[in-house]
Design a binder for this molecule. Structure first.
Ligand code: NAP
Length: 486
């Protein structure tokens, strides 16, 4: 390989440090778009591999040391970090910051918790540097060929960085799947919620598969055919498409359907849990995402499942399904309704996060930049953008006319699916929890009135009345007289 010493006469437009799969693919994507890309990795072997294997894809400026890497960047410098999340990211930020000058931009494109991004941004701002936490979705394939990109940070830094990121992002109808999300941690926040929605989407698809497999006794390939069919309608999306692909795949070793040879214990890397923890802190009910995250935990609770299997009574019905075609149609409608609720809940979380942290996030634009490149890319995201175009202050996505019309078509089927599952003993946590949420949010009156009364009884937490202003408390242990508290 050629010498790693940078040529003083020529400088790179942008740099990427961290040449594992994501960083190298992002660097190649930038180079393929005509940018001069400085590249660096802690261990030099990975940098050499990029040059040896892909050096002819564009103009790369490889460096062995962080000093040379920084020196090879055009000012104001832009350096993207794509290393292991957590401590390694902090270490690389420190190393870079020591070598950079005022106005330079450090980008963390890894998966970081938005509160870490806020902390890092504040620390680097003190030193006159821009720190841009950026969500990147689409896995390794997306990083190479066009991901969905969610950058936070200052508008000023976006002026320098944004055009390059927009260039390399996925595009739909000529529009980039990248926009400035908002200040400091906004980009990582939105990426986190994107992943939470992804959890709900994947789980509810799996629940539909489970019902077809168990209630109808269909084999994997036949269920795959159903998903192929669904991918031609409202449900058209990357996740439905890959589900069909997985279900049609046959295991080389056994000749069995691939899905049947996989251990039924799902992993989670943390972003689903972050979405739920953050939602709890913000007081946003993301029930679909939460149940999807817990469903993975249930599947991974091996000791609990062993203790329960064959011991816990089912006392369930075993109702035969007379009309399988109608049942499959019901599942499709239930899936669409549960999906609409999960997305509405995710957008609620983004809206509440924006309010809490002072981010000016355009919700319609978020749906727009998820239309391609990312895992939840789907046809129906246009409908979300249209809903926020109609009313940017929409307090609940589900209350938009498109959603009310679509859900109305799905409700009877959705109820039938949840009722059948409950009576016959099939777990459908996302189908059921999203329906419960739907019925709660549209209720004239909720049993929260009783909860408030209980709270006032044991903790003097007070209550408000339906017939006037004020805060009240009843002397429960004395004469039970009401007194005004404000
Ligand atoms: P990774 O396996 O998460 O990390 C490996 C890279 O981190 C290597 O370049 C490694 O350098 C470097 N590294 C580890 N510790 C370091 C330290 N203390 N100092 C400097 N460098 C260090 O790589 P990845 O899968 O490409 O992911 C990169 C980032 O993208 C992560 O934050 C990940 O969460 C995020 N992400 C990944 C995906 C995906 O599909 N994989 C999707 C979206 C986002 P050495 O080679 O020297 O060990």
């Amino acid at each position: 390989m050629a010498s790693f010493a940078p040529s003083p006469a020529d400088v790179a437009d942008i740099g990427v440090t961290g040449m594992a799969v994501m960083g190298s693919n992002l660097a190649r994507n930038l180079a393929r778009h005509g940018y001069k890309v400085a590249i660096h990795n802690r261990s030099v072997g990975k940098t050499e591999k990029v040059i040896d294997s892909y050096g002819d894809e564009g103009q790369f400026f490889p460096s062995e040391t962080m000093e040379d890497f920084v020196a090879s960047l055009q000012k104001p410098r832009v350096a993207i970090i794509m290393v292991k999340a957590g401590g390694p990211t902090d270490a690389v930020i420190d190393e870079l910051a020591d070598l950079m000058d005022e106005g330079d931009i450090i980008v963390d494109a890894g998966n970081a918790l938005f509160t870490d991004t806020r902390r890092r941004e504040a620390a680097l701002r003190e030193r006159g540097l821009h720190f841009v936490g950026t969500g990147v979705s689409g896995g390794e394939e997306g990083a190479l060929n066009g991901p969905s990109i969610m950058p936070g940070g200052t508008p000023e830094s976006y002026k320098r960085l944004g055009p390059m990121l927009e260039d390399i992002s996925a595009h739909v109808d000529g529009e980039p799947c990248c926009t400035h999300v908002g200040e400091d941690g906004a980009g990582h926040f939105v990426k986190m919620v994107h992943n939470g929605i992804e959890y709900a989407d994947m789980q509810v698809i799996s629940e539909a598969y489970d019902m077809m497999s168990k209630a109808l006794g269909m084999d994997a390939a036949a269920i795959g055919d159903v998903f192929d069919q669904w991918n031609k309608g409202d449900l058209e999306s990357f996740l439905i498409e890959i589900t069909a692909g997985v279900l049609h795949h046959v295991d080389d070793r056994t000749g069995k359907p691939f899905v049947d040879i996989i251990l039924d214990q799902a992993a989670q890397k943390g972003t689903g849990a972050w979405t739920v923890q953050t939602a709890l802190d913000l007081g946003v009910p993301v029930t679909g995402i939460a149940e999807a995250t817990f469903a993975r935990s249930v599947s991974g609770g091996v000791a609990q499942r062993e203790a329960a299997r064959g011991v816990l009574p089912a006392e369930a019905e075993t109702q035969a399904i007379d009309d399988p075609e109608r049942f499959i149609d019901d599942l499709q409608k239930a899936l669409y309704a549960a999906k609409l609720v999960s997305y509405s809940q995710g957008f609620d979380e983004i809206a509440k996060g924006a309010e809490e942290y002072g981010w000016n996030i355009n919700l319609g634009d978020m749906a727009k930049i998820w239309r391609d490149g990312c895992i939840i890319r789907a046809k129906f995201l246009n409908r979300i953008t249209e809903a926020y175009d109609r009313n940017p202050e929409l307090p609940l996505l589900l209350a938009d006319e498109y959603f009310t019309t679509e859900i109305a078509k799905c409700i009877p089927a959705w109820r039938r699916v949840v009722a059948y599952a409950a009576e016959n003993g099939y777990p459908v946590p996302v189908f059921a929890s999203t329906l419960s949420y739907y019925d709660a949010v549209r209720s004239e009156r909720l049993p929260a009135a009783l909860v408030q009364a209980q709270r006032d009884f044991f903790g003097a937490h007070t209550y408000q009345r339906v017939d006037g202003e004020g805060t009240f408390h009843v002397e429960w242990s004395e004469d039970r007289r009401e007194s005004r508290q404000d």
